[in-house]
Design a binder for this molecule. Structure first.
Ligand code: SF4
Length: 280
């Protein structure tokens, strides 16, 4: 850049800063974006009464236009690519499961802390290829501090073993970490408060497959209000993992006829992970 162009650019930057507009000069438009008409050159700035150091500023130079100036000569200030909302809100560099547990602490962030016995964080292989996500702890989980240890949990363990895996091969966790009273569904605000920890758990593990057990987990991760029967057994992309939803084992205890549907879903998971059914 030649000295006179540089001087004009610096005058523009000082002008913007004195007006309190910095960093308005960050041009986030891609280089190829057309600029059909030139912006009119602004008039000389009025003296700023509130700024004692406001020495008379030079009249700002005319803004070079893309039509009149080759792209390579435009005074664009490079900037890093914008981060996604997920990157900003959820992803933490080098996050680990112990660190997330530490961050949860003795959590009182939502009302579910009031009736819990203990926080039920998650259990299993921190490098698991397969993660099961349920909705929240029940009575047995609340007492033992481990997810899926009651009757529904025993059924889940049988399902895992039928896939020729062991419980300790996978990771198991819930959307909310404290037991909702009377085993009710977690409320929306409780899910919103607690689910960032689940997102961090999933980001730290980076499994190949996430299997949502029941509507609450599926609707939370897929950000939908649709009923699970609308999308059960279908594959979705979720932040680098494949996600599938199936019925909750507690539902299977009440509706044993649905077991065949769930087994079909689990076979899809096995196929993706290259697993063979356990020989009986
Ligand atoms: Fe905290 Fe989650 Fe328990 Fe609510 S459910 S108190 S957010 S750990």
């Amino acid at each position: 850049m030649d000295p006179s162009t540089l001087a004009r650019l610096e005058a523009w930057l000082r002008y913007g800063e004195d007006l309190g507009l910095a960093p308005y000069f960050l041009n986030r438009a891609p280089n190829s974006a057309p600029m059909a008409t030139a912006a009119p050159a602004p008039a000389a700035p009025a003296p700023l009464a509130a700024k004692p150091k406001a020495a008379p500023l030079p009249a700002p130079p005319a803004v070079p236009t893309r039509a009149a100036t080759p792209t390579s000569a435009l005074p664009l200030i490079p900037h890093p690519p914008a981060r996604s909302l997920f990157d900003v809100s959820d992803r933490i560099e080098n996050d680990t499961l112990p660190r997330i547990r530490d961050d949860i602490g003795d959590c009182t962030r939502c009302r579910l802390h009031q009736a819990r016995t203990q926080i039920v964080y998650g259990v299993g292989n921190p490098k698991a290829e397969l993660v099961f996500v349920g909705e929240g702890p029940g009575h047995d989980e609340d007492v033992q501090g481990e997810p899926f240890v009651g009757r529904a949990g025993k059924l889940l363990t049988q399902m895992i073993e039928a896939m020729s895996l062991r419980r300790e091969d996978v990771y198991i966790c819930n959307v909310v970490k404290c037991r909702p009273p009377e085993n009710r569904l977690p409320e929306k605000d409780e899910i919103a408060t607690c689910s960032p920890f689940l997102f961090r758990q999933l980001a730290a593990i980076q499994p190949k497959v996430i299997c949502c057990l029941g509507a609450c987990a599926a609707q939370t991760l897929l950000e939908t209000n649709q009923g699970i029967s609308r999308f059960r057994g279908e594959w979705f992309d979720f932040r680098g993992s494949k996600l599938i939803a199936t019925y909750h084992p507690a539902y299977l205890l009440r509706n044993p006829n649905a077991k065949s549907e769930v087994w079909k879903d689990l076979q899809k998971v096995m196929s993706l992970l290259g697993l063979q059914p356990r020989k009986r």
